[in-house]
Design a protein around this ligand. Structure first.
Ligand code: HXC
Length: 511
């Protein structure tokens, strides 16, 4: 018996050694942790239950039959984050560069199946060179199976990908189908084909960072949802995100202990947040932080399309999704990037029954050839579609401008907004007063005095919340300082909301 126990301990130690001390040292020298170190930080202490640590590849070409490492380049299992179950797989770059063989794929598929069957989130830690080149089509088949499972799980359980090393080929396409991608700055890259192939095909010379570093994907391409300084920060932020999310599309919302909003002091500073000059910007994040519990806001895509802010917070301990135009960036205008960013976020919230709180201060859609040629119509329509399709509780607060089509798009009453509030500073109109008057009274444009008087008339009549409130498009004009309380009351009232869209196989969102 003793020898059997010793043998098990030895085999475990062998698997835990991964690609060996030299490769582990190289991993550390690059500022990266190993797969097991990452899992340890991600999960509650001692909660990791590993599967398949003795799995080996079955390849025989290119001398592979003599190179076998137990575990085959991926560590899989489950554990808990703040006591709630999550499934995890972590690519081990020290074993064949974390590349995916047929056996390696089967380990991931097993975890994907278990996560889906047990309705718990799945987190993939990527640090890998794509398909195992020595296995050819068997590896491609493996990726196909992983992709298929990504798609079936989409909208059922949260799927999160952390990019923690150079990732190519299949190791970028699987993350691309998950809900959130986080990258680590300076050590992680994502590209379909690497710099060498790019040079051969297009004759462009680019570094890995220029082609697919966090500075590209978290800022420009929006492939990544956030970028963090190092492995530790990325893992701890993922824990924080999981705490906001329900385990599945049928699981209850996490409900953390919180003081009821009614017992808290009023914060009157919001009453002066909007400047007297309507063209002066202010930071919408101040309103977000004063609406959510303890100012705890998990921003998504913080570095991309900053003219719109999206992320998670809690109100009275329960998760809400927040979407807000940001007046300090491009006056909060909606452009293609902002529309796509917000649309995807709204759809995530709707998939997982997370109520959406929208703060509106938007001068309209961004005019110009660059936007029109880039498909602004389709991208703007994505956000319109997402809000219109969403059946979760929707609370909208217009703080200042809600002009033109952007008024309709931003969770208006007409898109089944449940509670539509406006601050007294709101201006709900087809466009700004000057532009409106210059169109209606085109023949008077040379007469500055006349135009000024008519502009004043237009402002008095239309640039207020009351025309919309008179029609019931705004349910109530509220004091800015009452925002958090009104949102909390609204969310409590809407907890039993029942709303279903007509049956369909699926809609046809303008992609
Ligand atoms: C087998 C691989 C491998 C791979 C790396 N290794 N990638 N082994 N298959 N795909 C091995 C190396 O041989 C090496 O082994 C170890 O991993 C570390 O690799 P290095 O090249 O030394 O590391 P580094 O310089 O950091 O470069 C990492 C890398 C590079 C950028 C990922 O290795 C690379 O470009 N790999 C190939 C990427 C690729 O083209 N993959 C196929 C994509 S196609 P030793 O023994 O020396 O430690 C694909 C198909 C699916 O994925 C597509 C679906 C849509």
């Amino acid at each position: 018996m003793k020898t059997m126990l010793t043998r098990l301990a030895e085999r475990r130690a062998e698997a835990e050694a991964g690609g060996g001390a030299r490769r582990v040292a190289a991993q550390h020298a690059k500022g990266k942790l190993t797969a097991r170190e990452r899992i340890e930080l991600l999960l509650d202490e001692g909660s990791f239950e590993e599967f398949d640590m003795f799995v080996e590849h079955r390849a025989v070409d290119f001398g592979m039959e003599t190179q076998k490492i137990p575990g085959d380049g991926v560590v899989t299992g489950w554990g808990t984050i703040t006591g709630r179950a999550v499934f995890v797989f972590a690519k081990d770059f020290t074993v064949f560069g974390g590349s995916l063989s047929e056996a390696h794929a089967q380990k991931i598929m097993k975890i994907q199946d278990m996560a889906l069957r047990n309705r718990a989130p799945i987190i993939g830690l990527f640090d890998a060179g794509g398909a195992r080149i020595q296995e050819g089509v068997a590896a491609l088949g493996g990726y196909g199976e992983v992709f298929q499972r990504n798609v079936l799980a989409s909208g059922v359980i949260p799927q999160i990908s952390l990019i923690m090393g150079p990732c190519a080929g299949g190791d970028v396409y699987s993350p691309a189908m998950t809900d959130f991608i986080f990258m680590v700055k300076d050590t992680s890259y994502m590209f379909v084909t690497g710099p060498d192939v790019v040079k051969t095909v297009t004759n462009e010379t680019v570094t890995a960072e220029e082609l697919g570093g966090a500075s590209i994907h978290a800022v420009r391409s929006s492939v990544a949802d956030n970028a963090y300084e190092n492995d530790v920060e990325a893992l701890l932020q993922t824990r924080r995100l999981i705490d906001f999310l329900p385990a599945s599309n049928v699981a209850p919302m996490p409900d953390w202990p919180a003081e009821p909003v009614g017992f808290q002091d009023k914060d009157l500073s919001l009453d002066t947040l909007v400047p007297d000059n309507p063209n002066k910007p202010y930071d919408i994040k101040e309103l977000i932080l004063k609406t959510v519990d303890d100012g705890d806001f998990f921003e998504i895509q913080a570095a991309h399309a900053k003219n719109i802010v999206v992320g998670f917070g809690r109100v009275e301990g329960r998760t809400v999704g927040l979407v807000a135009n940001q007046p300090i960036v491009l006056a909060g205008v909606l452009d293609s990037d902002a529309s796509r960013k917000a649309a995807r976020f709204v759809r995530f919230c709707d998939c997982f029954n997370i109520p959406i709180v929208t703060f509106v201060d938007v001068p309209g859609f961004l005019p110009g050839t660059a936007q029109e040629y880039g498909g602004l119509i389709k991208h703007g329509a994505k956000l319109l579609y997402a809000y219109a399709e969403a059946t979760v509780p929707k609370i909208t607060i217009i703080t200042r401008k809600a002009f033109g089509g952007a008024y309709d798009v931003m969770a208006s009453k007409h898109l089944r907004g449940d509670l539509n509030f406006a601050w007294p500073t709101a201006q709900i109109a087809v466009m700004g007063a000057k532009g409106a008057v210059e169109i209606i009274f085109r023949s008077d444009v040379g007469d500055a005095e006349k135009i000024a008087a008519k502009t004043k008339d237009y402002e008095d009549r239309f640039l207020s919340p009351f025309v919309a409130a008179e029609r019931g498009y705004i349910d109530e004009v509220i004091m800015p300082h009452a925002t958090r309380r009104r949102v909390a009351l609204g969310l409590a009232m809407l907890r039993g909301k029942v709303l279903e869209n007509p049956w369909k196989k699926h809609g046809n969102i303008p992609l």
